[in-house]
Design a protein around this ligand. Sequence first.
Ligand code: PLP
Length: 497
Amino acid sequence: MFYNSTRNSDVKVKSAEAITQGISSEGGLFVPESIPELSLADIKAIGEMSYADRAAFVFSKFLTDFTDAEIHYCTDNAYSTKNFESESITEIAHLFDGTYMLELWHGPTCAFKDMALQILPYFLTTSAKKINLDKKIVILVATSGDTGKAALEGFKDVEGTSILVFYPEDGVSPMQKRQMKTQEGSNVGVCALKGNFDDCQNGVKTIFTDDEVKQTLENNGMMFSSANSINWGRLVPQIVYYISAYAELAKDGEIELGDKVNIVVPTGNFGNILAAYYAKHMGVPVNKLICASNINNVLTDFINTGVYDRNRKFFATVSPSMDILISSNLERLLYLMTDRNDAVIREWFGKLAAEGRYEVSDDVKAKLSDEFCAGFCDDKQTKEIIHEIYEKYSYTCDTHTAVAVKVYEDYKKSTGDTTKTIIASTASPYKFSAAVLEAIEGGKSDIDEYAMIDRIAELSDIPVPAALADLKNKPERFSDVIDKTEQKKYVLSKLGV
Ligand SMILES: *Cc1c(COP(=O)(O)O)cnc(C)c1O
């Protein structure tokens, strides 16, 4: 299996190169040259495997330059009860008849990004070895909250790597901030930026593709790689859990093998839902992919009209990990939907960079509405649905997951569709305790974040995750705050080059 770039189809690299490079040199994203197919018999067999083996099975189709031993080294280290509080790595909760919550947050940082970021360091160091790179891998991360902590946990003290994380100073929850500021590890750095997530991400992208910076690193035996969801090594682990969930439901007799399901995903950068799209095109029977956004609803408008327009007000919401106006992974979807037309992708994403807006062709519009539905809700509706789910089903869900539930309920009402449905549950409710508690109890409380955790523990039957319980006693290690114009200088000085 080779990988092409969305902005130059002539680029052709193996997965080890795609993963170590992170992003193609002309700014495109790596995409496998074809989508491997799974039969229903394969899916049935997957249902009998452990999660680590399910993952290894899927990776063997995409990372064909890895040996079986290398793949198992990665999956066995990442997907074990060392790192996850669930024997089965993910859990499926039954919300109401035919609606399943795929809980992806039983990892060390209590958000779904652990599913990919626990394995990415193993993919990266294994890939680097395979292509005889003896450079130190420098990971730069822009985070809207969850990626940063998950990447820090994944990479901390991994030999041959160092990691630097930027987050928007006022754009993450107090708990997320505390998780990052107290990060342990000898190869980690954390810095707040005066700006929003897009400022962080644009800065990181610019530094990443800056020839002068690249040369400086090269001269010092270092190279950049990316832990953001632009890296194929982030995306491929996410495909696994959709296949796994479908296989599990079939095994449990909740669905018949071959039945279609809907998949609802609370979306920001479009990574998680793109993984569901891949799972569908590999052979998981899917009816609709439902894209749920908060009030930063650029994707809702895009899927409904074919016009992507980021020229709009940016809102800070109670689901901060979805406060995004540029959804990087959409580029991969559009590359596939234009039958891998790199020229068109260059044109559209050139327009996005220059004018903040592009409109796709009628053909792509038709494909979008065939495969996707999209909706959004605001903070008030998010809290209302948390309250409703808690009262009706005794289930406590976080703010991001709540957006997905609300959009799904709206979808069901407007379409009458009764297809069984998997909703991606992307974070533990404890991680966004202030908003969750306010929603459940119907008013703001003035207790601190730790008392809130205790309060949620009283109200819900979900145990407090160990990683959050420990947080209170950890010392803060990182307090830098910089202007976005200083980002490049900061990176070079932190690397000591
Ligand atoms: C990152 C994140 C999302 C959005 O996922 P994308 O892959 O960026 O679309 C949703 N919910 C939570 C809790 C997240 O951390």
